[in-house]
Design a protein around this ligand. Structure first.
Ligand SMILES: [Zn+2]
Length: 399
């Protein structure tokens, strides 16, 4: 008992002292951040999610734009740093390394140019945890988190978590429940962990449209998991947003081949949605970066791209950088935006393909609107502060 009193005094003392050098709400309450991958508004509205309904009514709830391209990495990194891609440098799941003249996956932490929430917490001596379905999230963001967990990390014994919970394969609904359970056990056993960031998988949304029972069941269980976190930690703030929505896509263009066929060849086309998790979407997404062989090709290539059925807009590098807060050095000479039915990426042997009726993906402006919830906070900015998904947790630390 004596020890416990002493411990509480120490915690209060250390919380007070960190409060002096920098401000963070984490000294006042724990914060749970949930980046619900692919959780577009229609999924929320169609499913029974009574706890989220309560969060909506009692807290802040808004539909906000997500960042373009509407892919996971761009938005996840922006949410986890509270910054835009022109600041943090993350413009896709892959990017074209102009120095090496090759396409590379964004997995190297040095590519992230802004400090993460975990780094900020670490600098204040506050413990944090990052629970993610994807190893690359842990690779880029995990350095300063005190606890990390991901399915591939379990197999490779790379989790920062002694006796880490067992996790399913990434292509399941269950993995999301298991991450929520892991968060719950951390809240119970390690109250000194003040910040928990959970990144789920959009696998269910790639598989099923909002009206489908399987995805509705999934979301109801997630809702129950979130309610359980609140029961376990009634002191904790809960912040939820998504990276992108999801739509059926009926056609795909391989822009490299389409340009070659029209005698306007390009150097390379990068699909920012392409990642190592190909089962989700075959690397096809609703926007693309086009790199020219030479700058004088610009007018003819632009004409070819604009003439393709399903292309909404072709922006120059500077137009795209300005409009979507992108880092000019990490996007193409052109950014191509698809309409709601159209995706871009590498196709086998031909420039155009019709996609199956059940094919669902994202990446376009039509998936760049997401819900945002801020609930049970002791001090949070007013609703008017939250105009983008990346602002979800941007206010947790102030200098
Ligand atoms: Zn996603």
């Amino acid at each position: 008992m004596k020890n416990r009193v002493l411990l509480s005094a120490l915690i209060i003392l250390s919380a007070g002292s960190t409060h002096l050098c920098a401000q963070t709400i984490l000294t006042q309450q724990r914060v749970i951040i949930i980046m619900m991958d692919g959780f577009g508004e229609k999924y929320y509205r169609d499913a029974a999610m009574p706890f989220l309904n309560q969060m909506e009514q009692k807290g802040i709830y808004k539909i906000v734009p997500s960042l373009m391209p509407a892919v996971t990495n761009v938005n996840n990194m922006s949410i986890a740093t509270g910054s835009t891609p022109d600041q943090n440098g993350i413009t896709g799941n892959v990017f074209f390394n102009e120095q090496k003249q090759q396409e590379e996956y964004i997995e190297d932490p040095s590519l992230l140019l802004m400090p993460s929430l975990f780094e900020k917490a670490h600098n204040l001596g506050i413990k944090s945890a990052l629970l993610s379905v994807k190893q690359k999230t842990i690779d880029v963001l995990g350095k300063y988190a005190d606890y990390t967990l991901c399915p591939e990390c379990v197999a490779a014994h790379e989790n920062k978590w002694e006796n880490a919970p067992v996790l399913s394969d990434v292509y399941t609904r269950e993995i999301n429940y298991q991450l929520m359970k892991a968060a719950d056990s951390l809240l119970k056993s390690n109250p000194d962990v003040r910040l928990i960031y959970i990144h789920t998988t959009d696998y269910p949304m790639h598989m099923w449209p909002p009206e489908n029972d399987s995805v509705k069941d999934f979301l109801s269980i997630m809702d129950h998991c979130i309610a359980t976190l609140h029961e376990t930690a009634p002191d904790a703030a809960i912040l939820i947003t998504a990276d992108h929505g999801m739509n059926h896509k009926s056609q795909a263009w391989d822009l490299e081949k389409a340009c070659a066929e029209k005698n306007t060849p390009v150097k390379i086309v990068i699909s920012p949605e392409k990642d190592r998790y190909m089962k989700h979407h075959k690397g096809l997404g609703g926007s693309a970066y086009v790199y020219l062989l030479k700058s004088s090709d610009a007018p003819s290539v632009r004409k070819t791209l604009s003439g393709l059925n399903g292309v909404d807009a072709v922006l120059t590098r500077s137009e795209a950088a300005k409009k979507y807060h992108l880092m000019p050095g990490r996007i193409g000479d052109f950014m191509v935006l698809g309409d709601i039915n159209t995706v871009f990426g590498e196709l086998n042997g031909h420039a155009y393909e019709q996609l199956p009726d059940n094919y669902r993906s994202h990446g376009s402006t039509y998936e760049a609107q997401v819900p945002l919830f801020v609930y049970n906070t002791k001090t949070a900015p007013p609703a008017s502060y939250f105009n983008w998904n990346y602002q979800l947790a941007a206010w947790l630390f102030t200098n």
